[in-house]
Design a protein around this ligand. Structure first.
Ligand code: AHM
Ligand code: MG
Length: 342
């Protein structure tokens, strides 16, 4: 019989990867894991209780919030607050950062950026949603947290992860030493190691994009879509199109099967739609750690200097070969790209 390794056990085992670590990051990850289980319980019974529907408030992007977004946000913030290892939380659901000023967190070293419930338009229809988180270490050791400590580039993440609430619930995370996935076993209420050392295939045949926005895409992206649809048996084209509309679920599938996820600039979102700090950076860190690539078409996502908390960015992430091909289409005029056989 194979031995079951729970998330808690795994985190403790891996603490020795960081000789200087005193267990704070491990406790932080454990706190996030516990909050994820609580949110999972509510997401699972979303169809049963009167928790569905608009909450009547809007978030900073002016989008309608669902009640479960609010619930998830409260659960994660409360877990981080009571855990004592986090000094600042930046959440998609709040205009400003939340500074945690409690007695137990006065020496807290970590900053957490989180999208508590991503893809929330899918809740009402029983389709996968997710949580995305990103963890930074403070630059200073003491004193009030400065804006530059929060607006760090993605390359400075010390850990990142996501939870996908799907046909099963999984938590996937990295601390910069590979990617590991845990599936929630509801019978024991524990995340158990199910996907050790996840590696994204170098190439793939799945492209994930909201093609309904085709008319609004930059020419290079339109050309790439056409490239995906052209018949070429040697190159396994036409490719398969898969778009769930929950970034976590789309990226998770591509991580396992190989593929590329695209959310480019559009004429209605000229800076892209997805957020750098708590959607693109953490998923880019995971995709890179699994051997893939994440760019905005020109720059590595993790190298972008954030200027504001809710900054948006275009994003192309997934299997290295596919992302590099997208980049060539985005960077070259169409005729040149086709002439070059991209
Ligand atoms: P949300 O944070 O408001 O849920 O929006 C983010 C989601 C992503 O999960 C998903 O990839 C994207 O928005 C879908 O957007 P669209 O409906 O424009 O395709
Ligand atoms: Mg989101």
């Amino acid at each position: 019989m194979t031995k079951t390794i729970t998330l808690g056990q795994f985190i403790i085992e891996k603490q020795s990867d960081f000789p200087y670590a005193k267990g704070e990051l491990s406790r932080l990850l454990r706190d996030i894991g516990i909050a994820a289980k609580i949110v999972n319980r509510e997401v699972n019974k979303a169809g049963l209780v009167d928790i569905l529907g608009d909450n009547g408030t809007t978030n900073v992007q002016g989008e309608g919030q669902k009640k479960l977004d609010v619930y998830a946000d409260e659960q994660f913030i409360s877990a981080l607050r009571s855990g004592g290892e986090c000094c600042v939380v930046a959440s998609e659901e709040h205009d400003e950062c939340i500074f945690i000023n409690s007695r137990i967190s006065q020496h807290a070293k970590y900053i957490v950026c989180i999208d508590p419930l991503d893809g929330s338009s899918n809740i009402d229809v029983n389709v996968s949603v997710g949580t995305i988180f990103s963890i930074y270490r403070r630059i200073a050791n003491e004193g009030p947290v400065k804006p530059e400590e929060i607006l760090q580039k993605g390359i400075h993440q010390v850990a990142a992860g996501y939870v996908v609430y799907g046909s099963s619930t999984m938590l996937v995370y990295t601390t910069g030493k590979g990617v590991n996935g845990f599936t929630l076993d509801p019978s024991i209420g524990e995340f158990c190691l199910s996907h050790p050392n996840m590696q994204i295939p170098r190439d793939g045949t799945i492209y994930s994009i909201n093609e309904g926005n085709y008319i609004k895409f930059p020419q290079g992206v339109k050309d790439y879509i056409k490239y995906c649809q052209v018949e070429d048996s040697a190159g396994n084209r036409p490719y398969t199109s898969r778009y769930i509309g929950s970034m976590v679920a789309d990226v998770h599938r591509n991580l396992i099967k190989g593929g590329v996820f695209l959310y480019p600039t559009t004429s209605s979102h000229p800076r892209g739609k997805l957020r750098l700090m708590y959607e693109c950076n953490p998923l880019a860190f995971i995709v890179e750690q699994a051997g893939g690539k994440a760019t905005d078409g020109h720059r590595r996502i993790l190298d972008i200097q954030p200027e504001e908390l809710h900054q948006r960015t275009p994003v192309f992430m997934g299997s290295t070969e596919m992302v590099e091909k997208v980049e060539r289409f985005v960077q070259l005029p169409a005729e040149e790209a086709f002439a070059a056989g991209y």
